[in-house]
Design a protein around this ligand. Structure first.
Ligand code: SF4
Length: 503
Protein backbone atom coordinates (compact mmCIF):
# COMPACT_ATOMS: atom_id res chain seq x y z
CA UNK A 1 0.00 0.00 0.00
CA UNK A 2 1.20 3.45 -0.83
CA UNK A 3 3.02 5.24 1.92
CA UNK A 4 3.22 8.50 0.02
CA UNK A 5 2.66 11.69 1.97
CA UNK A 6 1.16 13.71 -0.85
CA UNK A 7 -1.26 16.00 0.99
CA UNK A 8 -2.76 17.50 -2.16
CA UNK A 9 -6.00 15.39 -2.00
CA UNK A 10 -6.64 16.38 1.63
CA UNK A 11 -5.91 20.07 1.05
CA UNK A 12 -8.20 20.04 -1.98
CA UNK A 13 -10.87 18.22 0.03
CA UNK A 14 -10.84 20.82 2.81
CA UNK A 15 -10.83 23.72 0.36
CA UNK A 16 -13.74 22.30 -1.67
CA UNK A 17 -15.72 21.31 1.43
CA UNK A 18 -15.38 24.85 2.81
CA UNK A 19 -16.91 26.20 -0.40
CA UNK A 20 -19.64 23.63 -0.96
CA UNK A 21 -20.97 23.56 2.57
CA UNK A 22 -21.76 27.28 2.28
CA UNK A 23 -23.20 26.99 -1.24
CA UNK A 24 -26.85 26.96 -0.21
CA UNK A 25 -28.37 26.97 -3.75
CA UNK A 26 -26.30 23.91 -4.65
CA UNK A 27 -27.27 22.12 -1.45
CA UNK A 28 -30.91 22.99 -2.10
CA UNK A 29 -30.64 21.46 -5.61
CA UNK A 30 -29.28 18.23 -4.10
CA UNK A 31 -32.03 18.22 -1.48
CA UNK A 32 -34.64 18.70 -4.20
CA UNK A 33 -33.16 15.86 -6.25
CA UNK A 34 -33.41 13.50 -3.27
CA UNK A 35 -36.70 14.86 -1.93
CA UNK A 36 -38.87 11.91 -2.92
CA UNK A 37 -36.19 9.27 -2.91
CA UNK A 38 -36.72 7.83 0.57
CA UNK A 39 -40.52 7.77 0.25
CA UNK A 40 -40.34 5.97 -3.12
CA UNK A 41 -37.68 3.55 -1.86
CA UNK A 42 -39.66 2.63 1.26
CA UNK A 43 -42.85 2.16 -0.74
CA UNK A 44 -41.08 -0.21 -3.13
CA UNK A 45 -39.31 -1.99 -0.29
CA UNK A 46 -42.67 -2.75 1.25
CA UNK A 47 -43.62 -4.72 -1.87
CA UNK A 48 -40.88 -7.26 -1.10
CA UNK A 49 -42.25 -10.15 0.97
CA UNK A 50 -39.42 -9.59 3.44
CA UNK A 51 -36.81 -6.92 2.71
CA UNK A 52 -34.63 -8.04 5.60
CA UNK A 53 -34.60 -11.57 4.28
CA UNK A 54 -33.85 -10.29 0.76
CA UNK A 55 -30.85 -8.32 2.09
CA UNK A 56 -29.49 -11.33 3.84
CA UNK A 57 -29.97 -13.51 0.74
CA UNK A 58 -28.19 -10.90 -1.41
CA UNK A 59 -25.33 -10.73 1.06
CA UNK A 60 -24.98 -14.53 1.01
CA UNK A 61 -24.88 -14.62 -2.80
CA UNK A 62 -22.25 -11.87 -2.93
CA UNK A 63 -20.18 -13.64 -0.26
CA UNK A 64 -20.21 -16.76 -2.37
CA UNK A 65 -19.39 -14.88 -5.58
CA UNK A 66 -16.58 -12.73 -4.14
CA UNK A 67 -15.03 -15.58 -2.18
CA UNK A 68 -14.86 -17.66 -5.38
CA UNK A 69 -14.12 -14.90 -7.87
CA UNK A 70 -11.52 -16.98 -9.70
CA UNK A 71 -13.94 -19.84 -10.35
CA UNK A 72 -16.92 -17.71 -11.41
CA UNK A 73 -14.96 -15.36 -13.65
CA UNK A 74 -13.32 -18.33 -15.40
CA UNK A 75 -16.76 -19.90 -15.87
CA UNK A 76 -18.02 -16.69 -17.46
CA UNK A 77 -15.00 -16.48 -19.73
CA UNK A 78 -15.43 -20.03 -20.97
CA UNK A 79 -19.07 -19.53 -21.92
CA UNK A 80 -18.65 -16.03 -23.32
CA UNK A 81 -15.68 -16.90 -25.52
CA UNK A 82 -17.49 -20.03 -26.77
CA UNK A 83 -19.94 -17.63 -28.45
CA UNK A 84 -17.13 -15.63 -30.06
CA UNK A 85 -16.64 -12.97 -27.37
CA UNK A 86 -13.19 -11.88 -26.22
CA UNK A 87 -12.09 -11.36 -22.63
CA UNK A 88 -9.15 -9.23 -21.57
CA UNK A 89 -7.92 -9.26 -17.97
CA UNK A 90 -6.60 -5.81 -17.04
CA UNK A 91 -4.45 -5.72 -13.93
CA UNK A 92 -4.60 -1.92 -13.68
CA UNK A 93 -5.92 1.24 -15.34
CA UNK A 94 -3.03 1.47 -17.76
CA UNK A 95 -3.53 -2.03 -19.12
CA UNK A 96 -7.27 -1.45 -19.57
CA UNK A 97 -6.74 1.90 -21.31
CA UNK A 98 -4.00 0.55 -23.55
CA UNK A 99 -6.12 -2.42 -24.64
CA UNK A 100 -9.10 -0.27 -25.60
CA UNK A 101 -7.03 2.46 -27.30
CA UNK A 102 -5.06 -0.16 -29.25
CA UNK A 103 -8.26 -1.91 -30.31
CA UNK A 104 -9.74 1.37 -31.56
CA UNK A 105 -6.54 2.12 -33.44
CA UNK A 106 -6.33 -1.31 -35.08
CA UNK A 107 -9.96 -1.24 -36.21
CA UNK A 108 -9.70 2.26 -37.68
CA UNK A 109 -12.31 3.66 -35.29
CA UNK A 110 -13.09 7.38 -35.57
CA UNK A 111 -15.93 7.98 -33.21
CA UNK A 112 -17.10 6.24 -30.07
CA UNK A 113 -20.36 6.32 -28.17
CA UNK A 114 -20.33 5.42 -24.52
CA UNK A 115 -23.01 4.52 -22.00
CA UNK A 116 -22.51 5.18 -18.29
CA UNK A 117 -19.55 3.25 -16.91
CA UNK A 118 -17.97 4.31 -13.64
CA UNK A 119 -15.05 2.03 -14.49
CA UNK A 120 -14.42 4.35 -17.46
CA UNK A 121 -14.26 7.31 -15.06
CA UNK A 122 -12.02 5.27 -12.77
CA UNK A 123 -9.39 4.68 -15.46
CA UNK A 124 -9.82 8.10 -17.18
CA UNK A 125 -10.76 6.37 -20.39
CA UNK A 126 -12.27 9.35 -22.22
CA UNK A 127 -9.14 11.41 -21.68
CA UNK A 128 -6.96 8.58 -23.03
CA UNK A 129 -9.15 8.10 -26.11
CA UNK A 130 -9.45 11.81 -26.82
CA UNK A 131 -5.68 12.22 -26.49
CA UNK A 132 -5.37 9.71 -29.33
CA UNK A 133 -7.79 11.69 -31.48
CA UNK A 134 -10.95 9.59 -31.01
CA UNK A 135 -14.21 11.45 -30.51
CA UNK A 136 -16.16 10.14 -27.51
CA UNK A 137 -19.80 10.98 -26.77
CA UNK A 138 -21.43 10.07 -23.46
CA UNK A 139 -24.97 8.81 -24.14
CA UNK A 140 -26.49 8.72 -20.64
CA UNK A 141 -28.34 12.03 -20.31
CA UNK A 142 -26.72 12.98 -17.01
CA UNK A 143 -23.25 11.98 -18.20
CA UNK A 144 -23.83 13.81 -21.50
CA UNK A 145 -24.59 17.00 -19.55
CA UNK A 146 -21.53 16.52 -17.35
CA UNK A 147 -19.36 15.89 -20.41
CA UNK A 148 -20.57 19.14 -22.01
CA UNK A 149 -19.84 20.90 -18.74
CA UNK A 150 -16.36 19.37 -18.55
CA UNK A 151 -17.08 17.92 -15.10
CA UNK A 152 -16.91 14.45 -13.58
CA UNK A 153 -20.21 12.88 -12.42
CA UNK A 154 -21.49 14.31 -9.14
CA UNK A 155 -23.05 11.00 -8.02
CA UNK A 156 -22.43 7.62 -9.55
CA UNK A 157 -26.14 7.02 -10.19
CA UNK A 158 -27.38 10.60 -10.74
CA UNK A 159 -24.43 12.28 -12.49
CA UNK A 160 -25.91 15.81 -12.68
CA UNK A 161 -28.26 15.82 -9.70
CA UNK A 162 -26.75 19.13 -8.52
CA UNK A 163 -27.78 21.10 -11.61
CA UNK A 164 -30.94 23.12 -12.06
CA UNK A 165 -32.99 23.11 -15.25
CA UNK A 166 -31.99 26.66 -16.16
CA UNK A 167 -28.30 25.74 -15.82
CA UNK A 168 -28.76 22.80 -18.20
CA UNK A 169 -30.68 24.97 -20.63
CA UNK A 170 -27.89 27.58 -20.59
CA UNK A 171 -25.32 24.85 -21.12
CA UNK A 172 -27.17 23.44 -24.16
CA UNK A 173 -27.57 26.97 -25.47
CA UNK A 174 -23.83 27.65 -25.23
CA UNK A 175 -22.51 24.26 -26.34
CA UNK A 176 -25.18 23.06 -28.78
CA UNK A 177 -26.64 26.39 -29.90
CA UNK A 178 -30.21 25.43 -28.95
CA UNK A 179 -32.99 27.72 -27.77
CA UNK A 180 -33.31 28.20 -24.02
CA UNK A 181 -36.17 26.31 -22.42
CA UNK A 182 -37.49 25.49 -18.98
CA UNK A 183 -39.18 22.28 -20.08
CA UNK A 184 -37.49 19.01 -19.00
CA UNK A 185 -39.11 17.23 -21.98
CA UNK A 186 -37.65 19.74 -24.44
CA UNK A 187 -34.22 19.51 -22.82
CA UNK A 188 -34.39 15.73 -23.12
CA UNK A 189 -35.40 15.99 -26.78
CA UNK A 190 -32.42 18.24 -27.51
CA UNK A 191 -30.06 15.63 -26.08
CA UNK A 192 -31.92 12.85 -27.87
CA UNK A 193 -31.57 14.51 -31.29
CA UNK A 194 -27.86 14.99 -30.76
CA UNK A 195 -27.30 11.47 -29.42
CA UNK A 196 -29.23 9.65 -32.19
CA UNK A 197 -26.75 11.00 -34.68
CA UNK A 198 -23.84 9.92 -32.47
CA UNK A 199 -25.08 6.28 -32.40
CA UNK A 200 -25.35 6.20 -36.20
CA UNK A 201 -21.85 7.58 -36.67
CA UNK A 202 -20.08 5.55 -33.98
CA UNK A 203 -17.74 2.72 -34.95
CA UNK A 204 -17.31 1.55 -31.38
CA UNK A 205 -19.58 1.40 -28.33
CA UNK A 206 -18.28 1.27 -24.75
CA UNK A 207 -20.34 0.34 -21.71
CA UNK A 208 -19.91 -0.88 -18.17
CA UNK A 209 -21.95 -3.74 -16.76
CA UNK A 210 -24.07 -4.20 -13.66
CA UNK A 211 -23.62 -7.93 -13.28
CA UNK A 212 -21.37 -10.58 -14.75
CA UNK A 213 -23.44 -13.77 -14.77
CA UNK A 214 -21.15 -16.79 -14.53
CA UNK A 215 -23.44 -19.68 -15.43
CA UNK A 216 -24.82 -18.02 -18.57
CA UNK A 217 -21.63 -16.27 -19.68
CA UNK A 218 -23.60 -13.03 -20.12
CA UNK A 219 -23.41 -9.51 -18.77
CA UNK A 220 -26.44 -7.68 -17.47
CA UNK A 221 -26.94 -3.95 -17.98
CA UNK A 222 -29.74 -2.13 -16.25
CA UNK A 223 -30.71 1.43 -17.24
CA UNK A 224 -33.62 3.83 -17.64
CA UNK A 225 -32.98 5.58 -20.94
CA UNK A 226 -32.35 2.81 -23.48
CA UNK A 227 -29.03 4.43 -24.34
CA UNK A 228 -26.99 1.39 -23.30
CA UNK A 229 -29.03 -0.83 -25.66
CA UNK A 230 -28.23 1.48 -28.55
CA UNK A 231 -24.59 1.76 -27.48
CA UNK A 232 -24.26 -2.03 -27.56
CA UNK A 233 -26.54 -2.70 -30.50
CA UNK A 234 -25.61 -0.15 -33.16
CA UNK A 235 -21.80 0.18 -33.51
CA UNK A 236 -19.82 -2.69 -35.08
CA UNK A 237 -17.52 -3.14 -32.09
CA UNK A 238 -18.47 -3.23 -28.43
CA UNK A 239 -16.28 -3.08 -25.33
CA UNK A 240 -17.73 -3.65 -21.86
CA UNK A 241 -15.37 -2.49 -19.11
CA UNK A 242 -16.38 -4.15 -15.83
CA UNK A 243 -14.91 -4.45 -12.36
CA UNK A 244 -14.22 -8.08 -11.48
CA UNK A 245 -16.33 -7.88 -8.32
CA UNK A 246 -19.56 -7.54 -10.33
CA UNK A 247 -19.93 -11.29 -10.71
CA UNK A 248 -22.94 -13.33 -9.56
CA UNK A 249 -22.94 -17.12 -9.87
CA UNK A 250 -26.32 -17.78 -11.48
CA UNK A 251 -28.78 -16.21 -13.87
CA UNK A 252 -31.48 -16.91 -11.25
CA UNK A 253 -29.66 -14.50 -8.86
CA UNK A 254 -30.82 -11.61 -11.02
CA UNK A 255 -34.38 -12.28 -9.91
CA UNK A 256 -33.25 -10.85 -6.58
CA UNK A 257 -30.60 -8.34 -7.63
CA UNK A 258 -32.42 -6.49 -10.43
CA UNK A 259 -35.43 -5.41 -8.34
CA UNK A 260 -33.16 -4.81 -5.35
CA UNK A 261 -30.84 -2.52 -7.33
CA UNK A 262 -33.79 -0.55 -8.70
CA UNK A 263 -35.42 -0.26 -5.28
CA UNK A 264 -32.32 0.86 -3.41
CA UNK A 265 -31.02 3.05 -6.23
CA UNK A 266 -34.06 5.01 -7.35
CA UNK A 267 -37.10 3.62 -5.55
CA UNK A 268 -38.34 1.92 -8.72
CA UNK A 269 -39.67 -1.64 -8.85
CA UNK A 270 -37.47 -2.29 -11.87
CA UNK A 271 -35.40 0.00 -14.05
CA UNK A 272 -36.76 0.75 -17.51
CA UNK A 273 -34.47 -1.55 -19.48
CA UNK A 274 -32.79 -4.73 -18.29
CA UNK A 275 -30.69 -6.39 -20.98
CA UNK A 276 -28.43 -9.41 -21.17
CA UNK A 277 -25.53 -9.61 -23.62
CA UNK A 278 -23.69 -12.82 -24.32
CA UNK A 279 -21.25 -11.98 -27.09
CA UNK A 280 -21.18 -10.72 -30.68
CA UNK A 281 -24.06 -11.07 -33.13
CA UNK A 282 -24.77 -14.72 -33.86
CA UNK A 283 -25.85 -16.18 -37.16
CA UNK A 284 -29.45 -15.36 -37.89
CA UNK A 285 -29.55 -12.41 -35.45
CA UNK A 286 -30.52 -9.07 -36.92
CA UNK A 287 -28.57 -6.75 -34.67
CA UNK A 288 -25.69 -6.59 -32.25
CA UNK A 289 -21.98 -5.86 -32.64
CA UNK A 290 -19.70 -7.92 -34.86
CA UNK A 291 -17.06 -7.93 -32.13
CA UNK A 292 -17.74 -8.01 -28.38
CA UNK A 293 -14.90 -7.52 -25.89
CA UNK A 294 -15.22 -7.72 -22.13
CA UNK A 295 -12.41 -6.06 -20.16
CA UNK A 296 -12.22 -7.34 -16.60
CA UNK A 297 -10.79 -4.57 -14.44
CA UNK A 298 -8.83 -5.45 -11.31
CA UNK A 299 -7.16 -2.10 -10.52
CA UNK A 300 -6.46 -3.05 -6.87
CA UNK A 301 -9.72 -4.90 -6.29
CA UNK A 302 -7.68 -8.02 -5.50
CA UNK A 303 -5.83 -5.98 -2.88
CA UNK A 304 -9.17 -5.42 -1.17
CA UNK A 305 -10.05 -9.07 -1.72
CA UNK A 306 -6.92 -10.05 0.20
CA UNK A 307 -8.19 -8.17 3.27
CA UNK A 308 -10.56 -10.55 5.10
CA UNK A 309 -11.81 -7.77 7.37
CA UNK A 310 -12.94 -5.45 4.57
CA UNK A 311 -13.40 -7.81 1.64
CA UNK A 312 -17.16 -7.45 1.78
CA UNK A 313 -16.84 -3.88 0.46
CA UNK A 314 -16.54 -5.70 -2.88
CA UNK A 315 -20.18 -6.78 -2.51
CA UNK A 316 -21.29 -3.29 -3.49
CA UNK A 317 -23.74 -3.23 -6.39
CA UNK A 318 -23.32 0.57 -6.87
CA UNK A 319 -26.94 1.40 -6.16
CA UNK A 320 -25.95 4.75 -4.66
CA UNK A 321 -28.33 4.37 -1.69
CA UNK A 322 -25.61 5.09 0.86
CA UNK A 323 -24.89 8.43 -0.84
CA UNK A 324 -28.55 9.35 -0.87
CA UNK A 325 -28.91 9.03 2.89
CA UNK A 326 -25.49 10.33 3.94
CA UNK A 327 -25.60 13.70 5.75
CA UNK A 328 -22.01 14.41 4.75
CA UNK A 329 -22.61 13.74 1.05
CA UNK A 330 -25.67 15.99 1.10
CA UNK A 331 -23.62 18.82 2.56
CA UNK A 332 -20.26 18.61 0.84
CA UNK A 333 -21.55 17.22 -2.48
CA UNK A 334 -20.07 14.64 -4.81
CA UNK A 335 -17.17 16.55 -6.36
CA UNK A 336 -15.57 17.35 -3.01
CA UNK A 337 -14.57 13.72 -2.53
CA UNK A 338 -12.26 14.07 -5.55
CA UNK A 339 -12.82 10.42 -6.43
CA UNK A 340 -14.77 8.33 -8.93
CA UNK A 341 -16.82 6.68 -6.21
CA UNK A 342 -18.25 9.27 -3.86
CA UNK A 343 -20.03 9.05 -0.52
CA UNK A 344 -19.64 6.42 2.19
CA UNK A 345 -18.74 3.46 -0.02
CA UNK A 346 -16.31 5.63 -1.99
CA UNK A 347 -14.65 6.62 1.28
CA UNK A 348 -14.25 2.93 2.14
CA UNK A 349 -12.87 1.66 -1.16
CA UNK A 350 -10.87 4.61 -2.47
CA UNK A 351 -8.06 4.24 0.11
CA UNK A 352 -7.75 0.60 -1.03
CA UNK A 353 -7.78 1.49 -4.72
CA UNK A 354 -5.64 4.63 -4.60
CA UNK A 355 -3.53 4.45 -1.45
CA UNK A 356 -4.46 4.65 2.22
CA UNK A 357 -2.21 7.53 3.23
CA UNK A 358 -3.32 9.85 0.40
CA UNK A 359 -7.03 9.14 0.86
CA UNK A 360 -7.35 8.44 4.60
CA UNK A 361 -9.06 11.80 5.12
CA UNK A 362 -12.17 10.40 3.41
CA UNK A 363 -12.70 8.02 6.32
CA UNK A 364 -12.98 11.08 8.54
CA UNK A 365 -15.71 12.52 6.27
CA UNK A 366 -18.36 10.67 8.21
CA UNK A 367 -20.48 11.32 11.26
CA UNK A 368 -20.55 7.52 11.82
CA UNK A 369 -24.32 7.78 12.17
CA UNK A 370 -24.65 4.41 10.43
CA UNK A 371 -27.38 5.49 7.99
CA UNK A 372 -25.28 4.06 5.15
CA UNK A 373 -25.01 0.65 6.78
CA UNK A 374 -28.68 0.59 7.58
CA UNK A 375 -29.71 1.33 4.01
CA UNK A 376 -27.20 -0.83 2.13
CA UNK A 377 -29.20 -3.54 0.32
CA UNK A 378 -26.35 -6.05 0.45
CA UNK A 379 -25.63 -5.41 4.13
CA UNK A 380 -22.12 -3.95 3.96
CA UNK A 381 -21.07 -2.66 7.37
CA UNK A 382 -19.95 0.60 5.80
CA UNK A 383 -19.42 2.81 8.84
CA UNK A 384 -17.36 0.18 10.63
CA UNK A 385 -15.18 -0.09 7.53
CA UNK A 386 -14.61 3.66 7.80
CA UNK A 387 -13.41 3.06 11.36
CA UNK A 388 -11.16 0.24 10.13
CA UNK A 389 -9.64 2.60 7.57
CA UNK A 390 -9.03 5.21 10.29
CA UNK A 391 -7.36 2.62 12.50
CA UNK A 392 -5.22 1.28 9.64
CA UNK A 393 -4.20 4.79 8.60
CA UNK A 394 -3.14 5.63 12.16
CA UNK A 395 -1.21 2.37 12.47
CA UNK A 396 0.56 2.49 9.13
CA UNK A 397 1.30 6.12 8.47
CA UNK A 398 2.89 9.17 9.90
CA UNK A 399 0.48 11.02 12.19
CA UNK A 400 3.09 12.44 14.57
CA UNK A 401 1.03 15.20 16.21
CA UNK A 402 -2.09 13.18 16.74
CA UNK A 403 -0.40 10.00 17.91
CA UNK A 404 1.79 11.97 20.36
CA UNK A 405 -1.30 13.60 21.85
CA UNK A 406 -3.06 10.24 22.28
CA UNK A 407 0.02 8.63 23.76
CA UNK A 408 0.31 11.42 26.32
CA UNK A 409 -3.41 11.16 27.05
CA UNK A 410 -3.15 7.40 27.65
CA UNK A 411 -0.12 7.87 29.90
CA UNK A 412 -1.86 10.49 32.03
CA UNK A 413 -5.12 8.58 32.24
CA UNK A 414 -3.32 5.58 33.69
CA UNK A 415 -2.00 7.65 36.60
CA UNK A 416 -4.80 9.10 38.76
CA UNK A 417 -2.42 11.41 40.64
CA UNK A 418 -1.18 12.92 37.37
CA UNK A 419 -4.71 13.26 36.15
CA UNK A 420 -5.71 15.19 39.28
CA UNK A 421 -2.64 17.39 38.91
CA UNK A 422 -3.53 17.99 35.27
CA UNK A 423 -6.99 19.13 36.32
CA UNK A 424 -5.44 21.71 38.61
CA UNK A 425 -3.33 23.09 35.73
CA UNK A 426 -6.03 22.90 33.07
CA UNK A 427 -7.41 26.44 33.67
CA UNK A 428 -3.88 27.83 33.35
CA UNK A 429 -3.34 25.94 30.13
CA UNK A 430 -6.58 27.33 28.75
CA UNK A 431 -5.43 30.84 29.61
CA UNK A 432 -2.11 30.26 27.86
CA UNK A 433 -3.91 28.88 24.83
CA UNK A 434 -6.23 31.94 24.70
CA UNK A 435 -3.20 34.21 24.84
CA UNK A 436 -1.52 32.25 21.99
CA UNK A 437 -4.75 32.50 20.00
CA UNK A 438 -4.69 36.29 20.33
CA UNK A 439 -1.06 36.40 19.18
CA UNK A 440 -1.98 34.24 16.12
CA UNK A 441 0.43 31.44 17.00
CA UNK A 442 -2.29 29.15 18.22
CA UNK A 443 -1.11 25.52 17.89
CA UNK A 444 -4.76 24.39 17.71
CA UNK A 445 -5.63 26.90 14.97
CA UNK A 446 -6.21 24.17 12.36
CA UNK A 447 -8.67 22.40 14.62
CA UNK A 448 -10.47 25.51 15.82
CA UNK A 449 -10.75 27.09 12.35
CA UNK A 450 -14.16 25.48 11.93
CA UNK A 451 -14.98 24.60 15.55
CA UNK A 452 -15.22 26.30 18.90
CA UNK A 453 -12.91 25.08 21.62
CA UNK A 454 -15.30 24.81 24.56
CA UNK A 455 -14.48 26.68 27.74
CA UNK A 456 -13.49 24.51 30.69
CA UNK A 457 -16.23 23.95 33.22
CA UNK A 458 -15.48 25.67 36.53
CA UNK A 459 -16.27 22.44 38.43
CA UNK A 460 -15.14 18.93 37.52
CA UNK A 461 -17.41 15.93 37.21
CA UNK A 462 -16.14 14.70 40.58
CA UNK A 463 -17.08 18.06 42.17
CA UNK A 464 -20.56 17.85 40.68
CA UNK A 465 -21.03 14.24 41.80
CA UNK A 466 -19.86 15.10 45.29
CA UNK A 467 -22.31 17.97 45.51
CA UNK A 468 -25.11 15.85 44.11
CA UNK A 469 -24.52 13.05 46.61
CA UNK A 470 -24.17 15.46 49.48
CA UNK A 471 -27.56 16.89 48.59
CA UNK A 472 -28.99 13.33 48.69
CA UNK A 473 -26.89 12.43 51.74
CA UNK A 474 -25.14 9.62 49.88
CA UNK A 475 -21.49 8.77 50.47
CA UNK A 476 -19.07 9.53 47.64
CA UNK A 477 -17.71 5.97 47.39
CA UNK A 478 -20.74 4.52 45.57
CA UNK A 479 -23.48 2.23 46.89
CA UNK A 480 -24.10 2.51 50.59
CA UNK A 481 -22.54 -0.35 52.57
CA UNK A 482 -25.24 -2.55 54.12
CA UNK A 483 -25.28 -2.33 57.89
CA UNK A 484 -25.44 -5.59 59.85
CA UNK A 485 -28.89 -6.71 60.88
CA UNK A 486 -30.06 -6.45 64.44
CA UNK A 487 -31.13 -9.60 66.32
CA UNK A 488 -34.84 -8.80 65.86
CA UNK A 489 -34.40 -8.05 62.17
CA UNK A 490 -32.60 -11.39 61.67
CA UNK A 491 -35.36 -13.43 63.33
CA UNK A 492 -37.93 -11.50 61.24
CA UNK A 493 -36.02 -12.47 58.07
CA UNK A 494 -35.91 -16.14 59.03
CA UNK A 495 -39.65 -16.14 59.73
CA UNK A 496 -40.50 -14.52 56.46
CA UNK A 497 -38.37 -17.00 54.39
CA UNK A 498 -39.61 -19.97 56.43
CA UNK A 499 -36.06 -21.14 57.19
CA UNK A 500 -35.09 -22.53 60.55
CA UNK A 501 -32.02 -21.38 62.28
CA UNK A 502 -29.58 -24.20 62.92
CA UNK A 503 -28.52 -24.78 66.47
S1 SF4 B 1 -22.32 0.24 -0.43
FE1 SF4 B 1 -24.37 -0.62 -0.41
S2 SF4 B 1 -25.69 1.21 -0.41
FE2 SF4 B 1 -23.66 1.92 -1.04
S3 SF4 B 1 -23.70 1.87 -3.25
FE3 SF4 B 1 -22.88 -0.09 -2.56
S4 SF4 B 1 -24.61 -1.47 -2.44
FE4 SF4 B 1 -25.44 0.59 -2.55
Amino acid sequence: MSATTDDQPVRQFHADAAVTTTDEPRRAAVRRALKNYEVARDRTKSTFTDWKQARSAASTVKHEAVNHLDRYLAEFEERFTARGGKVFWARDSRQARDYIVQLARERGVRSIVKSKAMTGEEIHLNQALEAEGFGVVESDLGEFIQQLKGEAPYHFVFPCMHLRRDEISDLFNTKLGTEKTDSPEELTMIARRFLRQAYVEADMGISGGNFIVADSGMISITENEGNARLTVGVPKIHVALIGIEKVVPRLADLALFLPMLATAGTGQHMTGYNSMYGGPRQEGEVDGPEEFHVVFLDNHRTRLLADPEQRDALHCIRCGACLNVCPIFKNIGGHTYGTTYQGPIGSVITPHFRGLQDWKHLSGASSLCGACTETCPVGIDIHHHLLHNRRNAAASGPMPGESAVWKAFRWVMRKPSLYRLGLKFAPWMMRIRSWLHRTAIDPAAGWTASRDLPELEARTFRDLLKAHRASRKEPLGGVEKPTSLSKDQKSETVKSTGKKRRK
